[in-house]
Design a protein around this ligand. Structure first.
Ligand SMILES: [Ca+2]
Ligand SMILES: [Ca+2]
Length: 112
């Protein structure tokens, strides 16, 4: 009967995504009043991910009261994830691009 319990499946990614989303909400909420005004929503987008179109704020603001609450934000993020495969990725192997090609040992062999 507990929805939080039944929701935890074998897919361990969901809780991680939620943590990222909550963090994303918190860094947007500059004045810490627990809701995102349109300016906060727009401002945070470039810092953390690419919520670029203005319509997205309206989509997130489910009850249309002009602010996005934490719950609305989490729901919006979840539905965005359903629509796009491209979301903010955690740092991975792709973030270390130069490690292999510039090995000093290989160069030393050349000079010898
Ligand atoms: Ca705020
Ligand atoms: Ca709202």
């Amino acid at each position: 009967m507990d929805p939080a319990q039944t929701n935890s499946g074998a897919e361990g990614g969901e809780s991680y995504d939620k943590v990222v989303d909550e963090f994303s909400f918190l860094i947007r909420d500059k004045n810490h009043d627990g809701v995102l005004e349109r300016e906060e929503f727009d401002e945070g987008r470039s810092a953390f991910d690419k919520l670029s179109d203005p319509e997205r704020f309206d989509r997130y603001d489910l009850d249309g009261d002009g602010v996005v609450t934490r719950d609305e934000f989490l729901q919006g993020r979840a539905s965005d994830r359903d629509n796009e495969t491209e979301v903010a990725q955690p740092p991975g192997p792709n973030d270390i691009p130069l490690a292999r090609d510039t090995g000093p040992l290989a160069r030393r062999e050349d000079e010898d």
